[in-house]
Design a protein around this ligand. Structure first.
Ligand SMILES: NC(=O)c1ccc[n+]([C@@H]2O[C@H](COP(=O)([O-])OP(=O)(O)OC[C@H]3O[C@@H](n4cnc5c(N)ncnc54)[C@H](OP(=O)(O)O)[C@@H]3O)[C@@H](O)[C@H]2O)c1
Length: 316
């Protein structure tokens, strides 16, 4: 079969022949249809992700650990965790028989690979208990996950959406009511957060962490004695940095509550989010910005830097 094969940590996968996988006991071979290539796949291949060692322990290896494909009986499934050295970026892969679930056949498999990213946007409801009319700030709104979070917040009935990014042109595209460019000095950014908050941010969906979120949290410290308006901050990504300095006053006086996107997740809330995202996708209310590439073009596609806000999906 053909596959995207990684020969060295930090290298670029190449389109090559690779031995077909053979299913062992309790395994099944999948005919792969579509695979989204995310930052996490690149970090793992680059050796910079905490899970890198597990994935690139034996080289050569096929990157990516989930996708959409067909079982031998033709059932379309979303699969995960192929057996090493097999990965998702190949014509075929092999997974444990409990590592797949059927997926809809009426939606383009390339779109199905991105539904999980949209479901992350539903954390405004599952983690933060969002109710219609509230003000939502999306930090990192120009990215794939951020754009989908803005769309989800809009569809859920946000009263006002504030979006941050580093590029004015990109920011204009995301569909927010107010945008903030974070690529300014610290004082200017703090001022922008303060000016844009109106009567306060109810929910912050944070794909950035690092400097922009540190400045945001500092900007929410009140400058007079008052009853603080609660701001529920959902931590979900760290594109701008893995850690922040958090002043005691940020928590003591601002009404900030910080939680992870996993808060409130169980089988029922996951299913409800999935069903909602599926319904919006089918109705056309939720759209996905994809850049599809055939597997044979993986070497060039892997190195693309022009995708901003679009998810690379490799199709077989
Ligand atoms: N994709 C998912 O399903 C998913 C799920 C959960 C969590 N996450 C996490 O969420 C984060 C974003 O994921 P994504 O897939 O949306 O990535 P992405 O498409 O690459 O978007 C990254 C976002 O972060 C911004 N950004 C990057 N570096 C920055 C910096 N140094 N300072 C300020 N802003 C910066 C980008 O702004 P520009 O547009 O200006 O580059 C963009 O808005 C990642 O940490 C990811 O691991 C992703």
């Amino acid at each position: 079969m053909k596959a995207a094969v990684l020969h060295e940590v930090g290298g670029v996968p190449r389109y090559e022949d690779f031995p077909d996988p053979v299913a062992g006991a309790g395994e099944v071979v999948i005919d792969v249809r579509a695979v989204a290539v995310e930052n996490v796949d690149k970090m793992i291949a680059a050796g910079t992700h905490y899970a890198s060692k597990e994935f690139v322990d034996r080289l050569p290896v096929i990157p990516a650990f989930d996708g959409v494909g067909e079982l031998p009986d033709g059932t379309l499934v979303g699969f995960g965790r192929p057996r090493h050295p097999y990965g998702a970026l190949a014509e075929k892969t092999v997974v444990s028989a409990d590592a797949y679930i059927p997926v809809p056949t009426d939606i383009d498999p390339a779109v199905v690979t991105v539904l999980g990213t949209a479901i992350n946007g539903m954390s405004v409801r599952t983690a933060a208990g969002f109710v219609p009319g509230e003000t939502v700030l999306v930090q990192g709104a120009t990215g794939v996950a951020g754009r989908l979070a803005v769309k989800a917040a809009r569809l859920l009935g946000a009263g006002r959406i504030v979006a941050t990014g580093r590029d004015d042109t990109q920011l204009r595209e995301v569909g927010a009511d107010t945008v903030i460019n974070t690529a300014v000095d610290d004082d200017a950014l703090a001022k922008a957060f303060t000016e844009a908050k109106g009567d306060g941010y109810d929910v912050v969906v944070d794909f950035l962490w690092g400097r922009p979120t540190e400045i945001l949290l500092r900007s929410l410290i009140p400058d007079s004695f008052a009853f603080p308006k609660p701001t529920r901050v959902i931590q979900i990504g760290e594109s701008a940095g893995p850690s922040i300095a958090l002043a005691a006053a940020s928590l003591r006086t601002s009404g900030i509550e910080i939680c992870g996107a996993a808060k409130g997740l169980d089988a029922d809330t996951m299913r409800a989010s999935y069903e909602q995202v599926l319904a919006w996708t089918r109705s056309g209310e939720l759209t996905f910005e994809l850049a599809k590439a055939p597997l044979r073009d993986i070497e060039a596609a892997w190195q693309r830097t022009d995708l901003r806000g679009r998810r690379l999906v490799v199709v077989m």
